[in-house]
Design a protein around this ligand. Structure first.
Ligand SMILES: [Zn+2]
Length: 271
């Protein structure tokens, strides 16, 4: 813990879910097939002076189109942790897949923070291939281009410190310009991995998730997470276990919001 750094409150907001099988979630399948659902989250780091929203989820329209179970609007759910999206100044986009960048229009006052490699990827040569393009919504991509013309996107070409206690870390693999985010909290640095690892198990067993651009870089991404934090301080992008091992801020938010700035029940975590 660095006492000179601010301590952010850190939340995961669960807004959607999808049934899946274990074989869906690992390249190469899984010999022990069975149910392995995915949850959809966004995250928020709330400081004394600044608030950073990490990713923006998808809309109900996209949920219907893609057959996802939409539990709640993620933007309205931010109010559960005291955040008014209309006043948010900073949104970090870990990458531009549909489930991380929809709803950008709900942050009219925000600057968006993104790795330049991601917009290059999302507007580039590989989007002619359905296998890679299917994770993007073209209207989201065009929307980010429009935001850039409105001077509302900050692009990074490598690691960056957005503010004391908030740092960005690019890793390749899952998408062209994926990044994870480190947030300084009262229990030290917590790594919001987003889709660098969808589940704890992708990382702990070194078996990448099936949505992949470069498998070698995905494996290196797991190493990068491990190099920055122990598993008790790494938050995967889609694992329902996050909701089970971290407490809700209040009892009525059980299953909706988890506090990540307090210690998890580590007995539930893989090693
Ligand atoms: Zn993704």
């Amino acid at each position: 813990m660095d006492k000179t750094l601010p301590q952010y409150e850190l939340y995961a907001v669960r807004y959607a879910t999808r049934e899946a099988r274990r074989a869906d979630n690992f390249i190469g399948g899984d010999p022990h097939d069975g149910p392995m659902p995915l949850d959809y989250y966004l995250w928020a780091a709330v400081g004394q002076e600044r608030t950073f929203v990490i990713d923006s989820g998808f809309t109900s329209e996209v949920a219907a189109k893609r057959g996802r179970t939409y539990l709640r609007c993620p933007i309205e759910a931010l109010s559960l942790v005291g955040i008014d999206s209309e006043r948010v100044q900073d949104v970090i986009l870990t990458h531009m897949h549909y489930d991380h960048v929809g709803n950008f229009h709900r942050f009219p006052a925000a600057t968006f923070h993104l790795q330049e490699a991601e917009i290059t990827y999302a507007t580039g040569r590989y989007m002619r291939y359905r296998r890679l393009a299917h994770s993007f919504e073209v209207e989201d991509v065009v929307g980010v281009v429009r935001l850039n013309f409105a001077r509302r996107v900050m692009f990074y070409d490598g690691p960056a410190e957005l503010a004391p206690g908030i740092t960005l870390h690019p890793v390749g693999g899952h998408s062209g310009g994926m990044q994870f985010v480190r947030v300084h909290t009262r229990r030290g640095w917590v790594v919001v991995a987003s889709d660098v690892t969808h589940f704890y198990e992708n990382m702990t067993t070194e078996r990448p998730f099936t949505t992949a651009f470069h498998i070698g870089k995905m494996l290196e991404g797991f190493d990068a997470l491990r190099a920055h934090a122990p598993i008790t301080h790494i938050i995967p992008g889609h694992d329902p276990l996050v909701m089970r091992c971290y407490p809700a801020p209040t009892a009525n938010l059980e299953g909706v919001v988890a506090r990540l700035d307090v210690a998890p029940d580590a007995t539930l975590l893989p090693t």
